[in-house]
Design a protein. Structure first.
Length: 302
């Protein structure tokens, strides 16, 4: 019985075509597989072209006409009928892709160079700005910086009323130092005072060389009592300086010179302008000098 079933099943199986019929069947099967392959290849190539086109748009330029060439590839891909045609298109796209890659690399190098140039220019501008507001001898802020800063401090005070003290410092008998020991000795005295001021005020305080032998220190968020304490400390530290000065006129002579300073203090008020505030501090300085020098005087409250 089982043998009979096998014979019947074999009889019912479709016979494979032979001869010319078999060749025709193989042709259409292979053509179908080839068409499917070309369709898959087309889709892949179109995707590549679209990606390259997007890259060109992102870099924002035609990249030597490559964008136009890529636009034509999409239309040509649709016309492909043989694998040979596909290979030709792939070769052209590869060539264009290399062109895009080269251009992108060039743009990256140009961008890196431009960024480096910008950073260099920024550094130069910062150094120029720093130089324009810095006293070249004493390395503290200069008169121009003081004029800008005092305007801002007065303006801010009218809004917030944060206390601020101006301290005007003048080197006693500075002309005598220059006349006796020469200008190089005077320069050394100035740099010594500037260094002492920076070392004995707070980080928030600003030191300026106002002109000649005169310095100004702005003490923000400080009342008169605290400012007086800072000024007295500065005065004592300066008096402790024992500067060895080489005489300009006699190079083999070196003398130790004692330096002192007189200091005037004034507190910013709501009615003040930059000029009136400085004037009161300068008047206090004058009283310190006329009172014997090496002194600290506060503004008059009368």
């Amino acid at each position: 019985m089982s043998d009979l079933i096998r014979v019947i099943e074999k009889t019912l199986e479709p016979a494979q075509p032979a001869g010319l019929a078999g060749e025709i069947t193989d042709f259409f099967e292979n053509k179908s597989a080839e068409d499917q392959f070309r369709s898959s290849e087309r889709q892949g190539l179109v995707g590549i072209v679209q990606e390259l086109t997007l890259t060109l748009k992102e870099i924002g330029e035609p990249a030597g006409g490559l964008d136009e060439a890529l636009d034509t590839f999409v239309g040509e891909i649709d016309k492909v009928h043989t694998l040979e045609d596909l290979e030709k298109i792939k070769t052209q796209i590869k060539k264009s892709a290399l062109g895009v890659q080269s251009r992108v690399k060039g743009l990256k190098e140009e961008l890196a160079s431009a960024r480096e140039m910008c950073e260099s220019l920024q550094g130069q501008l910062e150094r120029t700005e720093a130089t324009s507001i810095m006293d070249s001898l004493t390395r503290v802020l200069n008169r121009a910086a003081f004029d800008m800063r005092i305007q801002q401090v007065v303006k801010d005070y009218k809004r917030f009323e944060d206390p601020c003290i101006m301290m005007v410092v003048d080197i006693d008998h500075f002309k005598q130092i220059n006349d006796t020991h020469g200008h190089l000795a005077g320069d050394k005295a100035l740099t010594s005072i500037a260094h002492t001021l920076r070392q004995n005020v707070r980080e928030s305080d600003q030191v300026f060389r106002y002109g000649g032998e005169e310095f100004v220190v702005l003490l923000p968020k400080t009342g008169m009592k605290g400012a007086r304490s800072i000024a007295e400390k500065v005065r004592r530290r300066v008096a402790e300086i024992r500067t060895h000065l080489v005489n300009d006129f006699y190079a083999d002579r070196e003398q130790r010179v004692e330096i002192t300073v007189s200091i005037g203090l004034s507190e910013l008020s709501k009615e003040d302008s930059p000029e009136t505030w400085f004037q009161r501090a300068d008047e206090a300085l004058y009283r310190a000098k006329s009172g014997g020098r090496n002194r600290v005087e506060m503004e008059s409250t009368v």
